[in-house]
Design a protein around this ligand. Structure first.
Ligand SMILES: [Fe+2]
Length: 394
Protein backbone atom coordinates (compact mmCIF):
# COMPACT_ATOMS: atom_id res chain seq x y z
CA UNK A 1 0.00 0.00 0.00
CA UNK A 2 1.19 3.50 -0.66
CA UNK A 3 0.95 4.93 2.84
CA UNK A 4 3.05 4.40 5.94
CA UNK A 5 1.79 2.75 9.09
CA UNK A 6 3.38 1.77 12.40
CA UNK A 7 1.67 -0.78 14.65
CA UNK A 8 2.66 -2.16 18.07
CA UNK A 9 6.11 -1.65 19.55
CA UNK A 10 9.08 -0.69 17.38
CA UNK A 11 12.42 0.94 18.22
CA UNK A 12 13.03 4.58 17.30
CA UNK A 13 15.61 3.71 14.63
CA UNK A 14 15.50 0.74 12.29
CA UNK A 15 18.13 -1.97 12.51
CA UNK A 16 19.15 -1.01 16.05
CA UNK A 17 19.05 -3.03 19.29
CA UNK A 18 15.49 -3.72 20.45
CA UNK A 19 15.17 -6.09 23.38
CA UNK A 20 12.50 -8.40 24.73
CA UNK A 21 11.52 -8.20 28.44
CA UNK A 22 13.97 -11.07 29.11
CA UNK A 23 16.84 -9.05 27.66
CA UNK A 24 17.27 -11.01 24.41
CA UNK A 25 17.04 -9.22 21.08
CA UNK A 26 13.84 -9.22 19.08
CA UNK A 27 14.42 -10.59 15.55
CA UNK A 28 13.88 -8.28 12.60
CA UNK A 29 12.18 -9.49 9.42
CA UNK A 30 12.21 -7.14 6.47
CA UNK A 31 9.65 -7.94 3.79
CA UNK A 32 10.59 -5.91 0.72
CA UNK A 33 9.15 -6.23 -2.76
CA UNK A 34 11.00 -5.82 -6.03
CA UNK A 35 14.38 -6.58 -4.53
CA UNK A 36 14.37 -3.91 -1.79
CA UNK A 37 13.64 -1.27 -4.43
CA UNK A 38 9.96 -0.71 -3.62
CA UNK A 39 7.56 -0.92 -0.65
CA UNK A 40 8.58 -2.84 2.44
CA UNK A 41 7.61 -3.66 6.00
CA UNK A 42 9.89 -4.28 8.96
CA UNK A 43 8.50 -6.73 11.51
CA UNK A 44 9.88 -7.53 14.98
CA UNK A 45 9.53 -11.19 16.02
CA UNK A 46 9.90 -12.66 19.48
CA UNK A 47 11.69 -15.71 17.99
CA UNK A 48 13.80 -16.27 14.92
CA UNK A 49 11.60 -16.15 11.77
CA UNK A 50 14.27 -18.19 9.98
CA UNK A 51 14.05 -21.26 12.21
CA UNK A 52 12.43 -24.21 10.44
CA UNK A 53 12.42 -27.75 11.80
CA UNK A 54 10.75 -29.67 8.96
CA UNK A 55 9.89 -29.39 5.26
CA UNK A 56 7.46 -31.75 3.54
CA UNK A 57 5.73 -31.92 0.16
CA UNK A 58 2.22 -30.49 -0.15
CA UNK A 59 0.01 -30.54 -3.25
CA UNK A 60 -1.87 -27.20 -3.50
CA UNK A 61 -5.43 -27.38 -4.85
CA UNK A 62 -6.27 -26.80 -8.52
CA UNK A 63 -3.05 -27.31 -10.46
CA UNK A 64 -3.19 -25.16 -13.58
CA UNK A 65 -1.71 -28.05 -15.57
CA UNK A 66 -5.06 -29.81 -15.27
CA UNK A 67 -7.05 -26.86 -16.66
CA UNK A 68 -8.55 -27.15 -20.15
CA UNK A 69 -8.62 -24.61 -22.98
CA UNK A 70 -11.87 -22.77 -23.79
CA UNK A 71 -12.29 -24.79 -26.97
CA UNK A 72 -14.56 -24.88 -28.88
CA UNK A 73 -14.84 -21.20 -28.01
CA UNK A 74 -17.99 -20.32 -26.03
CA UNK A 75 -19.17 -17.81 -23.48
CA UNK A 76 -19.43 -19.69 -20.21
CA UNK A 77 -21.52 -19.56 -17.06
CA UNK A 78 -20.32 -21.14 -13.81
CA UNK A 79 -22.71 -21.66 -10.90
CA UNK A 80 -20.27 -21.46 -8.01
CA UNK A 81 -22.74 -22.46 -5.29
CA UNK A 82 -22.77 -25.94 -6.81
CA UNK A 83 -19.24 -26.28 -5.43
CA UNK A 84 -20.49 -26.14 -1.83
CA UNK A 85 -19.19 -28.98 0.29
CA UNK A 86 -18.78 -29.77 3.93
CA UNK A 87 -15.68 -29.21 6.01
CA UNK A 88 -13.91 -26.92 3.53
CA UNK A 89 -11.38 -24.29 4.54
CA UNK A 90 -10.40 -21.15 2.65
CA UNK A 91 -7.03 -22.47 1.51
CA UNK A 92 -7.12 -26.22 0.86
CA UNK A 93 -10.82 -26.18 -0.16
CA UNK A 94 -10.38 -23.84 -3.13
CA UNK A 95 -11.78 -24.93 -6.49
CA UNK A 96 -9.96 -23.52 -9.50
CA UNK A 97 -12.52 -21.99 -11.86
CA UNK A 98 -10.31 -20.24 -14.38
CA UNK A 99 -6.65 -19.51 -14.74
CA UNK A 100 -3.65 -18.76 -16.92
CA UNK A 101 0.02 -18.02 -16.39
CA UNK A 102 -0.81 -14.63 -14.84
CA UNK A 103 -3.77 -15.20 -12.55
CA UNK A 104 -5.89 -17.93 -10.95
CA UNK A 105 -9.56 -17.47 -10.06
CA UNK A 106 -10.92 -19.86 -7.43
CA UNK A 107 -14.00 -20.24 -5.28
CA UNK A 108 -14.61 -21.78 -1.88
CA UNK A 109 -17.45 -21.82 0.65
CA UNK A 110 -15.42 -22.21 3.85
CA UNK A 111 -16.72 -23.32 7.23
CA UNK A 112 -13.47 -24.46 8.84
CA UNK A 113 -10.35 -22.61 9.99
CA UNK A 114 -7.65 -22.82 7.33
CA UNK A 115 -4.09 -23.89 7.99
CA UNK A 116 -1.49 -21.17 8.18
CA UNK A 117 -0.73 -20.29 4.58
CA UNK A 118 1.83 -18.32 2.58
CA UNK A 119 1.43 -17.63 -1.12
CA UNK A 120 4.98 -16.90 -2.23
CA UNK A 121 4.03 -16.52 -5.90
CA UNK A 122 1.98 -13.34 -5.78
CA UNK A 123 -0.54 -11.16 -4.01
CA UNK A 124 -4.03 -12.47 -3.36
CA UNK A 125 -7.22 -10.42 -3.62
CA UNK A 126 -10.03 -12.31 -1.91
CA UNK A 127 -13.59 -11.06 -2.33
CA UNK A 128 -16.05 -12.03 0.41
CA UNK A 129 -19.41 -12.87 -1.15
CA UNK A 130 -21.07 -13.65 2.18
CA UNK A 131 -20.38 -14.79 5.72
CA UNK A 132 -17.88 -13.25 8.12
CA UNK A 133 -14.68 -14.12 9.86
CA UNK A 134 -11.18 -13.03 10.74
CA UNK A 135 -8.01 -13.13 8.69
CA UNK A 136 -5.14 -13.58 11.13
CA UNK A 137 -1.75 -12.50 9.78
CA UNK A 138 1.75 -11.82 11.08
CA UNK A 139 0.77 -8.11 10.88
CA UNK A 140 -2.32 -8.61 13.09
CA UNK A 141 -5.95 -9.54 12.52
CA UNK A 142 -8.49 -8.18 10.04
CA UNK A 143 -12.19 -8.68 10.61
CA UNK A 144 -13.86 -9.31 7.28
CA UNK A 145 -17.40 -9.64 6.03
CA UNK A 146 -19.70 -9.41 3.05
CA UNK A 147 -18.43 -7.18 0.25
CA UNK A 148 -14.84 -6.97 1.46
CA UNK A 149 -11.88 -7.19 -0.87
CA UNK A 150 -8.99 -8.50 1.20
CA UNK A 151 -5.54 -7.83 -0.22
CA UNK A 152 -2.82 -10.15 1.07
CA UNK A 153 0.69 -9.18 -0.07
CA UNK A 154 2.93 -11.92 -1.44
CA UNK A 155 4.36 -14.19 1.27
CA UNK A 156 2.22 -12.80 4.11
CA UNK A 157 1.62 -15.75 6.44
CA UNK A 158 -2.06 -15.85 7.34
CA UNK A 159 -5.07 -18.02 8.04
CA UNK A 160 -8.80 -17.65 7.52
CA UNK A 161 -11.08 -18.18 10.51
CA UNK A 162 -14.80 -18.25 9.62
CA UNK A 163 -17.06 -16.83 12.30
CA UNK A 164 -18.51 -19.75 14.29
CA UNK A 165 -21.77 -17.85 14.77
CA UNK A 166 -22.29 -17.01 11.07
CA UNK A 167 -25.43 -18.50 9.54
CA UNK A 168 -23.73 -19.10 6.20
CA UNK A 169 -20.27 -20.18 5.06
CA UNK A 170 -17.54 -17.72 4.26
CA UNK A 171 -18.02 -17.60 0.50
CA UNK A 172 -14.82 -16.42 -1.16
CA UNK A 173 -13.89 -15.52 -4.73
CA UNK A 174 -10.10 -15.76 -4.75
CA UNK A 175 -7.90 -13.91 -7.24
CA UNK A 176 -4.29 -15.11 -7.08
CA UNK A 177 -1.76 -13.02 -8.99
CA UNK A 178 1.77 -13.73 -10.06
CA UNK A 179 2.89 -10.30 -8.88
CA UNK A 180 1.46 -7.38 -6.96
CA UNK A 181 -2.13 -6.13 -6.76
CA UNK A 182 -2.94 -2.53 -5.90
CA UNK A 183 -4.92 0.54 -6.88
CA UNK A 184 -4.51 1.69 -10.49
CA UNK A 185 -1.59 4.07 -10.78
CA UNK A 186 -3.84 6.70 -12.35
CA UNK A 187 -5.69 7.00 -8.99
CA UNK A 188 -2.48 7.98 -7.17
CA UNK A 189 -0.26 11.02 -6.95
CA UNK A 190 3.41 10.67 -7.89
CA UNK A 191 4.10 10.06 -4.19
CA UNK A 192 1.31 7.56 -3.73
CA UNK A 193 -1.63 9.49 -2.22
CA UNK A 194 -5.08 8.78 -3.61
CA UNK A 195 -6.18 11.66 -5.87
CA UNK A 196 -9.47 13.53 -5.51
CA UNK A 197 -10.60 11.87 -8.76
CA UNK A 198 -10.17 8.36 -7.34
CA UNK A 199 -13.38 6.47 -6.50
CA UNK A 200 -11.93 5.54 -3.09
CA UNK A 201 -9.15 6.70 -0.81
CA UNK A 202 -7.06 5.90 2.28
CA UNK A 203 -10.00 6.37 4.66
CA UNK A 204 -11.78 3.46 3.02
CA UNK A 205 -8.98 0.96 3.69
CA UNK A 206 -8.77 -1.12 6.88
CA UNK A 207 -5.60 -2.79 8.09
CA UNK A 208 -4.49 -4.53 11.30
CA UNK A 209 -4.31 -2.19 14.30
CA UNK A 210 -2.31 -4.35 16.70
CA UNK A 211 -0.01 -7.34 16.39
CA UNK A 212 -1.18 -10.74 17.55
CA UNK A 213 1.95 -11.48 19.63
CA UNK A 214 1.10 -15.20 19.45
CA UNK A 215 3.28 -17.83 21.07
CA UNK A 216 3.77 -21.40 19.95
CA UNK A 217 6.31 -23.96 18.82
CA UNK A 218 6.53 -26.28 15.82
CA UNK A 219 3.87 -24.47 13.77
CA UNK A 220 2.97 -25.72 10.27
CA UNK A 221 2.69 -23.29 7.36
CA UNK A 222 1.42 -24.39 3.94
CA UNK A 223 3.44 -22.59 1.24
CA UNK A 224 2.56 -22.12 -2.42
CA UNK A 225 5.80 -21.31 -4.19
CA UNK A 226 7.21 -21.23 -7.67
CA UNK A 227 8.23 -24.89 -7.60
CA UNK A 228 4.89 -26.17 -6.22
CA UNK A 229 3.74 -26.67 -2.63
CA UNK A 230 5.57 -27.33 0.65
CA UNK A 231 4.50 -27.71 4.25
CA UNK A 232 7.09 -25.97 6.44
CA UNK A 233 7.26 -26.39 10.21
CA UNK A 234 8.52 -23.31 12.00
CA UNK A 235 10.18 -23.52 15.41
CA UNK A 236 8.36 -20.33 16.52
CA UNK A 237 4.85 -19.13 15.76
CA UNK A 238 4.99 -16.77 12.74
CA UNK A 239 2.50 -14.48 14.49
CA UNK A 240 4.92 -13.76 17.38
CA UNK A 241 5.30 -10.18 16.14
CA UNK A 242 5.30 -7.31 18.67
CA UNK A 243 5.36 -4.47 16.14
CA UNK A 244 5.95 -3.49 12.54
CA UNK A 245 6.05 -0.48 10.30
CA UNK A 246 6.17 0.30 6.60
CA UNK A 247 4.03 0.57 3.49
CA UNK A 248 3.49 -3.14 2.84
CA UNK A 249 0.71 -4.87 4.78
CA UNK A 250 -2.62 -6.64 4.32
CA UNK A 251 -5.73 -4.51 4.08
CA UNK A 252 -9.45 -4.71 3.34
CA UNK A 253 -11.66 -2.48 1.23
CA UNK A 254 -15.41 -2.87 1.15
CA UNK A 255 -17.09 -2.67 -2.24
CA UNK A 256 -19.83 -0.48 -0.69
CA UNK A 257 -17.15 2.22 -0.25
CA UNK A 258 -16.47 2.34 -4.00
CA UNK A 259 -18.01 5.61 -5.24
CA UNK A 260 -19.29 4.98 -8.78
CA UNK A 261 -18.65 7.42 -11.60
CA UNK A 262 -21.71 7.92 -13.77
CA UNK A 263 -22.46 9.81 -16.96
CA UNK A 264 -25.14 10.95 -19.40
CA UNK A 265 -24.42 7.97 -21.63
CA UNK A 266 -23.08 4.50 -20.84
CA UNK A 267 -19.67 4.57 -19.14
CA UNK A 268 -17.03 2.01 -20.15
CA UNK A 269 -15.68 -0.57 -17.67
CA UNK A 270 -12.45 1.32 -16.78
CA UNK A 271 -14.51 3.80 -14.70
CA UNK A 272 -15.29 0.87 -12.41
CA UNK A 273 -11.67 -0.18 -12.00
CA UNK A 274 -10.70 -0.91 -8.42
CA UNK A 275 -7.34 -2.73 -8.56
CA UNK A 276 -4.76 -3.77 -11.09
CA UNK A 277 -2.35 -6.70 -11.18
CA UNK A 278 0.13 -8.08 -13.71
CA UNK A 279 -1.86 -8.65 -16.91
CA UNK A 280 -5.30 -8.25 -15.33
CA UNK A 281 -7.61 -5.66 -13.77
CA UNK A 282 -10.36 -5.87 -11.14
CA UNK A 283 -13.49 -3.69 -11.41
CA UNK A 284 -16.49 -3.14 -9.12
CA UNK A 285 -19.99 -2.69 -10.53
CA UNK A 286 -21.95 -1.19 -7.65
CA UNK A 287 -25.54 0.08 -7.20
CA UNK A 288 -25.67 3.44 -8.93
CA UNK A 289 -27.66 6.10 -10.70
CA UNK A 290 -27.60 5.22 -14.37
CA UNK A 291 -27.16 7.17 -17.57
CA UNK A 292 -29.27 10.33 -17.69
CA UNK A 293 -29.11 11.59 -21.28
CA UNK A 294 -32.78 11.92 -22.39
CA UNK A 295 -32.19 9.26 -25.07
CA UNK A 296 -29.76 7.06 -23.11
CA UNK A 297 -29.81 3.25 -23.11
CA UNK A 298 -28.65 2.31 -19.62
CA UNK A 299 -27.52 -1.30 -20.24
CA UNK A 300 -24.16 -1.85 -21.96
CA UNK A 301 -23.78 -1.81 -25.73
CA UNK A 302 -22.65 -5.05 -27.36
CA UNK A 303 -18.91 -5.15 -27.22
CA UNK A 304 -15.93 -7.16 -28.30
CA UNK A 305 -13.16 -7.10 -25.72
CA UNK A 306 -10.44 -7.44 -28.32
CA UNK A 307 -7.49 -8.02 -26.00
CA UNK A 308 -9.01 -9.56 -22.91
CA UNK A 309 -11.09 -12.36 -21.44
CA UNK A 310 -13.84 -10.86 -19.26
CA UNK A 311 -14.98 -12.56 -16.06
CA UNK A 312 -17.93 -11.24 -14.07
CA UNK A 313 -18.88 -12.50 -10.62
CA UNK A 314 -22.50 -11.62 -9.82
CA UNK A 315 -22.59 -11.01 -6.10
CA UNK A 316 -25.74 -9.05 -5.33
CA UNK A 317 -28.80 -7.15 -6.54
CA UNK A 318 -30.45 -7.68 -9.90
CA UNK A 319 -28.32 -7.82 -12.96
CA UNK A 320 -30.66 -6.27 -15.49
CA UNK A 321 -28.59 -6.95 -18.62
CA UNK A 322 -28.54 -10.70 -17.93
CA UNK A 323 -32.25 -11.27 -17.22
CA UNK A 324 -33.35 -14.57 -18.82
CA UNK A 325 -29.84 -16.03 -19.03
CA UNK A 326 -29.86 -18.21 -15.93
CA UNK A 327 -27.39 -15.87 -14.18
CA UNK A 328 -28.09 -15.54 -10.46
CA UNK A 329 -26.40 -14.94 -7.13
CA UNK A 330 -22.92 -16.52 -7.13
CA UNK A 331 -22.82 -16.90 -10.92
CA UNK A 332 -19.65 -16.23 -12.85
CA UNK A 333 -19.69 -15.48 -16.56
CA UNK A 334 -16.74 -15.72 -18.91
CA UNK A 335 -16.92 -13.67 -22.09
CA UNK A 336 -13.67 -14.42 -23.88
CA UNK A 337 -11.83 -12.60 -26.59
CA UNK A 338 -13.01 -13.86 -29.99
CA UNK A 339 -16.72 -13.38 -29.25
CA UNK A 340 -18.91 -10.29 -29.18
CA UNK A 341 -21.15 -10.15 -26.14
CA UNK A 342 -23.85 -7.90 -24.78
CA UNK A 343 -27.17 -7.74 -22.94
CA UNK A 344 -29.69 -10.54 -23.29
CA UNK A 345 -32.43 -10.05 -25.93
CA UNK A 346 -34.90 -7.34 -24.95
CA UNK A 347 -32.72 -5.89 -22.17
CA UNK A 348 -31.79 -2.71 -24.07
CA UNK A 349 -35.42 -1.73 -24.71
CA UNK A 350 -36.47 -2.67 -21.18
CA UNK A 351 -33.74 -0.57 -19.61
CA UNK A 352 -34.84 2.71 -21.22
CA UNK A 353 -36.10 5.09 -18.55
CA UNK A 354 -34.38 3.28 -15.69
CA UNK A 355 -32.79 5.66 -13.20
CA UNK A 356 -31.01 3.22 -10.89
CA UNK A 357 -29.37 -0.21 -11.21
CA UNK A 358 -29.25 -2.28 -8.06
CA UNK A 359 -26.41 -4.50 -9.25
CA UNK A 360 -23.28 -5.70 -7.52
CA UNK A 361 -20.58 -7.52 -9.44
CA UNK A 362 -16.83 -8.00 -9.45
CA UNK A 363 -15.14 -8.10 -12.84
CA UNK A 364 -11.74 -9.51 -13.69
CA UNK A 365 -10.38 -8.78 -17.16
CA UNK A 366 -7.32 -10.81 -18.11
CA UNK A 367 -5.05 -9.94 -20.98
CA UNK A 368 -4.17 -13.53 -21.79
CA UNK A 369 -6.74 -16.29 -22.43
CA UNK A 370 -8.18 -18.15 -19.47
CA UNK A 371 -8.34 -21.92 -19.20
CA UNK A 372 -11.05 -23.73 -17.29
CA UNK A 373 -10.11 -25.46 -14.05
CA UNK A 374 -11.70 -28.46 -12.33
CA UNK A 375 -14.08 -26.20 -10.40
CA UNK A 376 -15.26 -24.50 -13.57
CA UNK A 377 -15.86 -27.82 -15.32
CA UNK A 378 -17.82 -29.08 -12.30
CA UNK A 379 -20.28 -26.18 -12.09
CA UNK A 380 -20.78 -25.03 -15.69
CA UNK A 381 -24.26 -24.28 -17.05
CA UNK A 382 -24.03 -25.67 -20.61
CA UNK A 383 -27.10 -23.77 -21.85
CA UNK A 384 -25.66 -20.26 -21.33
CA UNK A 385 -23.89 -19.92 -24.69
CA UNK A 386 -27.19 -20.16 -26.58
CA UNK A 387 -29.28 -17.75 -24.51
CA UNK A 388 -28.93 -14.83 -26.94
CA UNK A 389 -30.29 -16.93 -29.83
CA UNK A 390 -32.87 -18.90 -27.88
CA UNK A 391 -31.78 -22.08 -29.73
CA UNK A 392 -30.54 -25.40 -28.31
CA UNK A 393 -33.31 -25.31 -25.69
CA UNK A 394 -31.51 -22.48 -23.88
FE1 LIG B 1 -18.63 -7.15 -21.10
Amino acid sequence: MPFYRAVGEIPRKRHTQFRRPDGALYSEELMGVEGFSSDSALLYHHGLPTAIVDSAEWEPPGPITEAVANRPLKPRHFMTHKLDGSGLDAVTGRHLLLGNGDVRLSYVAATETSPLYRNAIGDECVYVESGSGVVETSFGALEVGQGDYVILPTSTIHRWVPSPSASEPLRLFVIEATGHIGPPKRYLSAKGQFLESSPYCERDLRSPSEPLSAQGEDVEVFVRHRAGGTKLTYAHHPFDVVGWDGCLYPYAFNIADFEPLTGRVHQPPPVHQTFEGPNFVICSFVPRKVDYHPLSIPVPYNHHNVDSDEVLFYTGGNYEARRGSGIGQGSISLHPSGLTHGPQPGAAERSIGAEFFDELAVMVDTFRPLEIGEGGVACEDPAYAWTWSGRHGG
